[in-house]
Design a protein around this ligand. Structure first.
Ligand code: UT7
Length: 323
């Protein structure tokens, strides 16, 4: 059977780093509160000349470089983002143009923090369905543009950045030992819309709006939703937590990551944590975490890697792949 195998990965971060202490004069908060409640120590914040498209392009070029490919080799670009450059056209098409690609096709995918997991699962279906052989899957966000910088309960949590993977079709045996995407499980439930949303949009207010979150409510649901969808993925693949080499969760809150790993029986040393470095970068968080763990030599060819995310909607999902 056809498998979607990772050929390369890359990342891009805005130049400016904002430390927790930098918020202390802006809103009533402290480095101590932010670290204790979230694990975040710093985040990158985009300058005016850094956009979802420019960061996505840079991550895409890095991923192509690590795959030894050029844009000419790619058939499809899927960009996971909730902060597109414009309402339309899709920022994926802008990235396609920036890469000098005038063949194939590109589209955006909107599942907020779960966007990258949704996009990898979708790319896998395009590859296995024969509609594309090589896909650039990008997660890129500039959440700093939709934050209410006077709201301490949200402005300290998010950051900007981008990450990307190149997936390519390869013949596999249909076994768990194959490289590539092995299982995926996606969920959403709009009943939770008001717990995490943006209070503007083209069809309602005609404005971009600002992010609003009932953090405690999101927290309450997160661990249960994350562990349920991972157990479904384990069931589909016929594996247990013991078989995993690496757990690469969405990076929203260290307490959510720790509680999820504990409930699933995933050993602490297998968990990739980058929330301290990047904050919550929504659809970029999983590929940014992957880029750190690949660069420092933790994730290697043949390793069994579990990706997971949960966010606005609510949306949530998991992807199991062999690197
Ligand atoms: O990526 C999408 C998914 N998103 C998430 O997973 C986020 C989920 N939620 C969370 O991570 C946590 O709920 C937060 C980090 C947002 C908040 O942590 P918490 O432990 O749930 O705190 P809380 O909301 O219950 O607030 C505790 C206190 C409140 O004060 P009172 O009411 O106890 O007097 C807040 O007003 O902390 C206060 N607070 C702050 N204090 C200092 C809220 N934000 C801040 C702040 N600095 N930045």
């Amino acid at each position: 059977m056809i498998r979607s195998v990772v050929r390369g990965n890359g990342a891009a971060l805005p130049r400016r780093i904002m430390k927790n202490a930098d918020f202390e004069g802006m809103v009533e908060t402290s480095d101590e509160w932010i670290v204790q409640r979230t694990g975040i120590r710093q985040r990158h914040v985009a300058a005016d000349d850094e956009t979802t498209a420019s960061l996505g392009e840079a991550a895409a070029r890095a991923a192509l470089g690590s795959a030894g490919m050029t844009p000419a080799d790619i058939d499809l670009i899927i960009l996971a983002t909730s902060t597109p450059n414009n309402t339309f056209p899709a920022t994926a098409v802008e990235i396609q143009n920036r890469l000098g690609m005038h063949h194939g096709f590109a589209f955006d995918m909107q599942a907020v923090c779960s966007g990258f997991v949704y996009a990898v699962a979708t790319a896998d279906l395009y590859i296995r369905g024969g509609l594309a052989r090589r896909v650039l899957v990008i997660g890129s966000e500039t959440f700093s543009r939709i934050l209410d910088w006077n709201d301490r309960s949200t402005c300290v949590l998010f950051g900007d950045g981008a990450g990307a993977l190149v997936l390519e079709a390869e013949e596999g045996a249909g076994a768990i030992t194959d490289r590539g995407v092995l299982a995926a499980s996606l969920r959403s439930d709009g009943v939770h819309k008001d717990k995490l949303f943006v209070d503007g949009g083209p069809s309602t207010t005609g404005t971009v709006g600002h992010l609003r979150m009932e953090g405690r409510e999101v927290f309450k649901h997160a661990v249960g939703m994350i562990t349920d969808v991972i157990e479904a993925t384990f069931g589909e693949a016929g594996i247990t937590a013991e078989d995993l080499d690496w757990f690469v969760p969405h990076q929203a809150n260290k307490r959510i990551i720790d509680a999820s790993a504990k409930k699933l029986g995933i050993a602490e040393q297998k968990v990739v944590v980058t929330v301290d470095l990047h904050g919550n970068t929504s659809a970029a968080s999983v590929p940014l975490a992957l880029s750190v763990a690949v660069a420092d030599g933790r994730i290697k060819k043949g390793d069994l890697v579990l990706l997971e995310a949960m966010g606005g909607g609510f949306t949530w999902g998991a992807v199991l792949l062999r690197w």
